[in-house]
Design a binder for this molecule. Structure first.
Ligand code: FES
Ligand code: FES
Length: 161
């Protein structure tokens, strides 16, 4: 079947089987940041944004994305770049498997809720599993990033007065 969608701002038309997973579809289009981990909707590694909402691409058919917009980390580089420096500053950068899904979900969280509490951050990211961390470093990095955004906003507001 023919699938037409917008992938990271690019109009894509490609053939896929009716049972092709969105995960395999986007990887075939070169979006290899999207990783296959558990393949059972449990680890968060395969997260993409479907019309701006995070979904687990290992549990979504490519056909369901027909006519819609899909974003992967490849399409969010500028948004992600600044954020990941705060994670690295906390020594909390993750492996190449975990990092894309974690960044995708954090970006989605901050778009939805620009001023989350620690509890809201933990709840939103609960589906991102990592075998090697206690998650506290990531939480500190997100908090530092949000504080920096607030300071930038405050400095801008002050300059505008
Ligand atoms: S590979 Fe999709 S949630 Fe783990
Ligand atoms: S950072 Fe990938 S398993 Fe922990």
């Amino acid at each position: 079947m023919e699938i037409k969608l917008n992938l990271n701002g690019r109009a894509i038309t490609a053939q896929a089987d009716p049972d092709t997973l969105l995960l395999d579809f986007v990887r075939a289009q070169g979006c290899v940041s999207v990783k296959r981990g558990c393949d059972t909707a449990n680890c968060g590694l395969c997260t993409v944004l479907l019309d701006g909402v995070p979904v687990l691409s290992c549990s979504v058919l490519a056909a369901r994305a027909d006519g819609h917009s899909v974003q992967t980390l490849e399409g969010l580089q500028s948004e992600a770049e600044e954020f990941v420096t705060f994670i690295a500053d906390q020594g909390a950068d993750q492996c190449g498997f975990c990092n894309p899904g974690f960044v995708m979900n954090t970006i989605a969280l901050l778009r939805e809720n620009p001023d989350p509490t620690d509890e809201e951050i933990r709840a939103y990211l609960a589906g991102n599993l990592c075998r090697c961390s206690g998650y506290d470093g990531q939480l500190r990095g997100i908090r530092a990033y949000l504080n920096s955004k607030k300071e930038q906003g405050g400095a801008r507001d002050g300059a505008e007065k």
